[in-house]
Design a binder for this molecule. Structure first.
Ligand code: AKB
Length: 322
């Protein structure tokens, strides 16, 4: 089945988070506000998110709360965005294991039991590790991450593919790079510096960066992230060779290059570098990504480069913060 006609009632877990909040609003535009249920655990949704369509509090690790929401809203499609990211995962590995593994298991089991149309299960560049080739990281490569987050992402990819083959649950997933956005701040990740730097540049004209100046990581601007997520969910399943583990590339730059790009617009902006525990995480991840499988199988193509993304971020955040 291809297209989105068979996805009628959608649930977004982690809907108050960085990607979930913007994804929910885009899905509401596409499918109708009342057909897209946003779910969060504790954080109060923004007025926009909370008032534009249904919102439910629930916890992905509690299968009964998830089941109630699925039943009440007749859910046939889940975008499972709830996760503990790399930095927070190292602070509390037990929590990361519980949310990322048991939460995913509950979502996949519900999808199997209710014979759902489709499930989106995000993976990440965190699935790679220090022994993975760092440049042009191939689709098929060594997956030996050294973080709890990364470990749950590898297991999640395998579990999702298992559900596709064994139970015919149509699960799809992408290895997200760091996501840069102006709407909702990321929380608990290693790539968060690439968002924080914009806020601080605009508000205070200075930023103390928690990774080294020469740290290069794969990144992506939110509009590309949303398009990729929705396009993969709408892709013709018959054309997909991969399912839950698509490499996704867009931008790759060092912290220093990003600072220099911002300085073109805010000349007085200064950055100091004080690497913390997240430096080791960043050093274990790729620098650039080979996303030819995503391009060939469902037509992935990013639209934002470093310059265009920086202009848009500064424009949007200046309106919001100044
Ligand atoms: C993180 O930094 O943990 C996330 C990711 C790359 O998955 N943004």
């Amino acid at each position: 089945m291809s297209g989105s006609d068979d996805m009628k009632h959608i649930l977004v877990t982690g809907a108050v988070g960085q990607i979930g909040s913007e994804l929910t609003m885009e899905l509401r535009k596409l499918h109708g506000n009342e057909n897209v249920v946003a779910m969060g655990r504790k954080t109060k949704p923004s007025d926009l998110l909370g008032n534009s369509g249904p919102f439910e509090f629930g916890d992905v690790v509690d299968k009964s709360s998830l089941e109630r929401i699925v039943k009440d809203h007749d859910i046939d499609t889940i975008y499972h965005m709830a996760a503990i990211l790399s930095g927070d995962g190292e602070k509390n590995p037990q929590l990361a294991y519980n949310v990322n593994m048991n939460g995913l298991y509950n979502v996949l089991e519900l999808a199997r039991e209710k014979e759902m149309t489709r499930v989106m299960v995000p993976s990440s560049i965190a699935a790679f590790g220090p022994t993975t080739p760092k440049e042009n990281t191939p689709q098929e490569t060594i997956l030996k991450p050294t973080t709890m987050y990364g470990l749950t992402k590898v297991a999640g990819e395998l579990l999702a593919d298992y559900y596709f083959k064994r139970f015919q649950v149509d699960v799809r997933g992408l290895r997200y790079p760091g996501i840069i956005s102006s709407e909702t701040l990321p929380g608990g990740g290693t790539t968060d510096y690439a968002v924080e730097i914009f806020y601080e540049a605009i508000k205070n004209k200075k930023y103390n960066c928690f990774v080294r100046e020469d740290t290069v990581l794969p990144m992506m601007y939110m509009p590309d992230c949303i398009n990729a997520t929705i396009d993969l969910m709408n892709a013709d399943v018959n054309k997909l060779v991969h399912h839950s583990d698509f490499n996704l590339g867009a931008l790759s730059f060092s912290a220093g290059q990003l600072a220099a790009e911002i300085r073109k617009h805010i000349p007085e902006f200064t950055v100091t570098y004080e690497p913390d525990f997240r430096q080791a995480i960043a050093d274990s991840w790729p620098r650039t990504i080979d996303d030819s499988a995503a391009r060939a199988e469902w037509g992935w193509k990013p639209t934002y480069g470093l310059e265009k993304m920086t202009v848009d971020m500064i424009e949007k955040l200046s309106k919001k913060l100044l």
